[in-house]
Design a protein around this ligand. Sequence first.
Ligand SMILES: Cc1ncc(COP(=O)(O)OP(=O)(O)O)c(N)n1
Ligand SMILES: Cc1nc(C(=O)O)sc1CCOP(=O)(O)O
Ligand SMILES: [Mg+2]
Length: 495
Amino acid sequence: MSKPVVWTIAGSDSGGGAGIQADLHTFADFAVHGCSVITAVTAQNSVTTRGIYGLSSTEIKAQLTCLLDDMPPQAIKIGLISNSAQLQAIADFLNRWPERIERPFVVWDPVNISTQRDCLSSLTPDECRALMTEVDVMTPNTDELEWLSGTAVFDQPSLVRASGMLLESGCKAVLATGVHVDDDGGRVCDHLYRSDRQQRFCHEYLSTTHDHGTGCTLSAAIAAAVAHGYPLEDALVLAHAYVHKGLRCAEGVGSGPGPVAHTGWPTELENFPQVCCKTLPVSDVRFAPLKYSPALYPVVDSVEWLQQLLELGLRTLQLRIKRTPDKSLEQQIKTAVALSRHYDAQIFINDHWALALKYGAFGVHLGQQDLADADLNAIAQAGLRLGISTHGYTEMLIALRCRPSYIALGHIFPTRTKVMPSQPQGTKRLRDYVALLSATDIPTVAIGGINLANLDEVMATGVDGVAVVTAITQAESVEDAVRRLMARLEVRCAE
Ligand SMILES: Cc1ncc(COP(=O)(O)OP(=O)(O)O)c(N)n1
Ligand SMILES: Cc1nc(C(=O)O)sc1CCOP(=O)(O)O
Ligand SMILES: [Mg+2]
């Protein structure tokens, strides 16, 4: 498969730490093909900027149209724009994007002042607005946000106000980067604002003087991750992890601030941020571990199914009844708990955590939306296990904060059982997720479209178990399906 194409529209940093140079290093690490549209050549080293030589709008347009004719991008990162004529040329170009070519995702890192404190652009905040309507996410640091919004940023309300002004000017999302406000408890956070959501991605403050090119690298990584098909919040998480490791590994070159390092696709959990959002209750909990490896984990909608599968020897099961609680549902949960004790099985109750708690179930399975409403402390204190659904990096990081008994990773393949709002993840991403979570002792379960035909490919990722609905409930012979799936799992476990 060919690599996604990503353009950077930015300035050249002769010192090699920021601008086009940082972007192309980042694109290489993220396995996308990088194209460059140069806006300005800077004569710059680690200490100072001695000259900025902007290209004309005609020269910029020539680069853009030449690329569009042959190498249309999945995403564009915009960095330094040195004057209003350049900005207008870029805005017009994006505004007239041809209908026959899919519109790319656009990230704009509004560079104004360099790390060496030199002013790189003559743009005014007002002039910037013409481009904001073409942009999917802007990534200003605190100085840039203050400059663009004309508002001092010193606490949460002022941050919300300033970011809100950029949203009102037409960009779809604002990621205020490297923010230090008291409300974040001494950590450094990237704050994401969208019209319907706010999230924070935080890390302990890292002391380094070598941070040249941080903003360029972050925005280029976001563009590259989106070009690979990651949703925006996961692209931000990946970019944050990439920059965090880059800062940890940065070495000085020259006598001023050295460049952030470029260290490959992020794989180490310690570099990933803590994700904070309104739906995650702040809770210092830890859930009891599973008794057995999840292995084959059928998800069924009645106690009759539970009984049948327990008799076939299965010991990890879920009762998933999608309706509001009534007397008969309560009775099913009560019976499920009794079955679980009788067979010494780990039976999870989906959604209905209060009834699971009332009858002392082995465990509860919750989705991300359910987490906001559930009393996690009560569930943990009563000794119930907790499984949490996730669909990508951000949700995994949210789940990790609850220290659950297992993490479900979905949906791997297309599924007919449920309408999914996200895209199937595939086994390559599953492998990355499992590797990332291997730094914890929390088992993983894959779900979504898993059957005998793809089971080997799924288990080759190192995942601990597979949750299945139709592979069992729609099988011609349930007994045969269970036997074959189990046999395949046992072979794999023995390997
Ligand atoms: C093992 C397992 N993984 C994921 C899910 C899905 O849970 P959720 O996201 O809460 O969606 P519903 O199942 O409630 O529709 C699951 N049930 N089990
Ligand atoms: C209930 C459910 N949750 C999913 C998730 O990704 O969170 S996928 C899914 C359905 C799984 O059914 P089947 O094995 O028939 O594809
Ligand atoms: Mg649920």
